[in-house]
Design a binder for this molecule. Structure first.
Ligand code: COA
Ligand code: AMP
Length: 633
């Protein structure tokens, strides 16, 4: 293998077939692939078309068979419960094989979908890997989503079972999961045969409360007591491993489909070459298993690499204080730590001089990686100064599953530039184009696109909808994947990601659709029309801000309407939407064809120079809006 970043990148570009075939060799295959890229259905590509493997086998059995069964696979650290628990590779394998037997006993087979709605507990790992073991396709839903969002995912994925727990623990409250699931099942059309519930103490609802309907509700432990462990089932490399729903411009979530072989190769390759993590190393990724970062670098990546992964149930601040991450690094001798910029900003706000670092020894730490949103230079400098290790921004998306741009620490630590996630990762041919698809010169901002085929591990399609996959990502610029982000490459080839070109916003590192929020607002009887925009926020990166025009004759105060709309968004999308701001305005600025000028509104709200398209219907509307949009002061 070539050693430097430049050589590796060149090899991946000039001979992707040879490069990715060689990369696949470090995994255990039931049938070794003889070719890497299948372009027979271009622009939809697939990877390792004749290979067979099992991802759970690669994450667990392979290491146990290599004599590393006693090595720690998983450390569970719950700040909300005050407990720590370790699982060796052998122990985790045993639990996964048994739960695979539980799934089988409920009639779940290869290709069936399983919806997983679990908090940050080891059973999330166990359920995901058990699905992979029998070739079932998991779809994990983040606990902060409301029943309606859950119902939309149930109807799209049509799962054969739901795996859940009695509840999740937020610092301020206990979140009962079972009523949410029952409500979602009433809203959904698809009938779920079985719900398997992991018991957690301190919750009001139990599976027995829901007995008697067409769905069988089971206790996880009772089923596991009588289950036969199951061996890993070889599946084609192209077999879907999971579906992960993400927000788009419309209210309907998109089911990103991940394959098995390509993803396993990407995880193995990225752990070594980007994160520099292997057997004997410990990685702490403080995200949630419900997000892509959690799938890749809490669950699959570290285990495929044979490393130790730390599963943290808690927050960066408040559980109990802003030293939580430093304690975790110290307690578990973490080598590589991964979090979101918003978490660093929350810590900095609570402990500006990082005084709580003084209580802990973080000498084991080699690097901090951040992703989920842009790492602003100010937070970057703060983290570098306080932690004294390389702080690495990496840019990617649910769709790609692993970094598009990063400083490839495992290959070579490149010079860092604040505000830049460094360079395109080998396999990703990143270009910047204007609205017509023409290349723009270095330093000039445009649409960030990636030349097809994307590398292994990236989305195979959208669940059940190849056409939507093509229309959403591949149709705008022929021969390219459109990332939906804008940015520029500088003269040294460093990428700078500036923001989304669509109506997706990023609140506290959580990707949300303003379109989905507008749909909720628009359903209120007093609302004639509305716009939700993402306004720059010093802590959260962005926060959603709603502007509504009342139906004529409606008499409701801004406070009363605001409270009702906030409650509606919380009920329909979930607390994760973090929607708290509503202003009543006389009119919304629109083009003559009726398109609301959200970008102009956002520019004004962010205090930036704003552009008003010549097609605006009534320029006076902008003037009237200025006092509502302009930041105070
Ligand atoms: N289940 C139920 N509710 C949840 C939840 C979950 N898993 N996660 C968050 N929520 C709720 C919160 O309790 C909060 O509810 P509230 O309105 O009643 O207070 C609401 O959703 C908003 O949560 P959040 O945006 O997380 O705000 P916070 O104040 O609780 O925490 C941060 C702020 C910065 C600490 C937190 O957002 C964070 O850690 N972000 C990092 C995100 C991340 O890791 N992203 C993945 C990319 S790497
Ligand atoms: P998600 O699919 O939730 O991971 O969100 C992906 C989106 O988050 C990207 O399209 C970007 O808009 C944004 N994003 C993620 N990581 C970064 C980063 N390192 N820098 C800038 N934006 C980022």
């Amino acid at each position: 293998m070539p050693a430097t970043y430049a050589e590796t990148y060149a090899a991946s570009s000039s001979d992707p077939e040879g490069f990715w075939l060689e990369a696949a060799a470090s995994l255990a295959w039931d049938k070794k692939p003889t070719c890497a890229i299948d372009d027979s259905r271009a622009p939809i590509y697939s990877w390792y078309p004749d290979g067979m493997l099992n991802v759970s086998y690669n994450a667990l059995d392979r290491h146990v068979l290599a004599g590393r069964g006693e090595a720690t696979a998983l450390v569970y650290d719950s700040a909300v419960l005050g407990i720590q628990q370790r699982f060796s590779y052998s122990q985790l394998l045993e639990q996964v094989a048994t739960f695979a037997g539980v799934l089988r006993s409920q009639g779940v087979g290869q290709g069936d979908r399983v919806l997983i709605y679990l908090p940050m507990i080891p059973r999330a790992h166990i359920a995901m890997l058990a699905c992979a073991r029998i070739g079932a396709v998991h779809s994990v839903v983040f606990g902060g989503f409301a029943p309606k969002e859950l119902a939309a995912r149930i109807d799209d994925a049509t799962p054969a079972a739901i795996v859940t727990a009695t509840g999740g623990i937020e610092p301020s409250r206990r979140v009962e999961y079972l009523p949410a699931i029952a409500e979602a099942m009433v809203m959904a059309t698809h009938q779920i045969p079985a719900v398997i519930v992991a018991h957690r103490d301190g919750f009001a609802h139990e599976p027995a409360d829901y007995a008697g309907g067409t769905t069988a509700w089971h206790d996880w432990d009772q089923l596991a007591a009588g289950a036969e462990p199951v061996a890993a089932v070889p599946v084609p490399a192209t077999h879907p491993l999971y579906i992960l729903y993400t927000s788009g411009t419309t209210g309907a979530p998109k089911g990103v489909v991940r394959d098995s072989g390509g993803y396993a190769v990407a995880m193995d390759w990225s752990m070594r070459n980007i994160y520099g993590v292997g057997p004997g190393d410990t990685m702490l990724t403080a995200s949630d298993v419900g997000w892509v970062v959690g799938h890749s670098y809490i669950v699959y990546g570290p285990l495929i690499a044979g490393a130790t992964t730390v599963l943290y149930e808690g927050k960066p601040v408040g559980t109990p204080d802003a030293g939580a991450f430093w304690r975790l690094i110290d307690d578990h001798q973490v080598d590589v730590f991964f979090t979101a910029p918003t978490a660093l900003r929350a810590i900095r706000k609570a402990d500006p001089h990082a005084e709580l670092l003084g209580n802990h020894d973080i000498g084991s730490l080699k690097a901090l990686f951040v992703a989920g949103e842009r790492l602003d230079p100010d937070t970057y400098e703060w983290a570098c100064e306080k932690l004294g290790v390389p702080v690495i921004d990496n840019w990617w998306q649910t769709e790609t599953g692993w970094p598009i741009a990063s400083n490839p620490v495992g290959l070579e630590l490149l010079e860092r530039k604040p505000g830049s996630p460094t360079v395109p990762v080998p396999g990703y041919r990143v270009e910047i184009v204007d609205g017509f698809g023409a290349s723009v010169p270095a330093g000039e901002e445009g649409n960030i696109v990636i030349k097809l085929p994307l590398p292994p591990g990236t989305l195979a399609t959208l669940w059940g909808n190849d056409q939507r996959f093509i229309d959403t990502y591949l149709a705008t610029f022929e021969g390219y994947y459109s990332t939906g982000d804008s940015g520029y490459l500088d003269a040294d080839g460093y990428l700078f990601v500036m923001g989304r070109t669509d109506d997706v916003i990023n609140v506290s590192g959580h990707r949300l659709s303003t379109g989905a929020m507008e749909q909720v607002l628009g359903a209120h009887p007093a609302v004639a029309e509305c716009a939700v925009i993402g306004v720059a926020d010093a802590l959260k990166g962005q926060r959603p801000s709603g502007y509504v025009v009342l139906k004529s004759g409606s008499e409701i105060s801004e406070d009363a309407l605001g409270a009702e709309l906030v409650a509606m968004v919380r009920r329909e999308i979930g607390p994760v939407a973090d929607f708290r701001e509503v202003r009543i305005v006389e009119a919304l600025p629109k083009t003559r064809s009726g398109k609301i000028l959200r970008k102009t509104m956002r520019q004004i709200a962010d205090g930036k120079p704003y552009s008003v398209p010549s097609t605006i219907e009534d320029p006076a509307v902008i003037q009237d809006l200025l006092p509502f949009l302009r930041p105070a002061g």
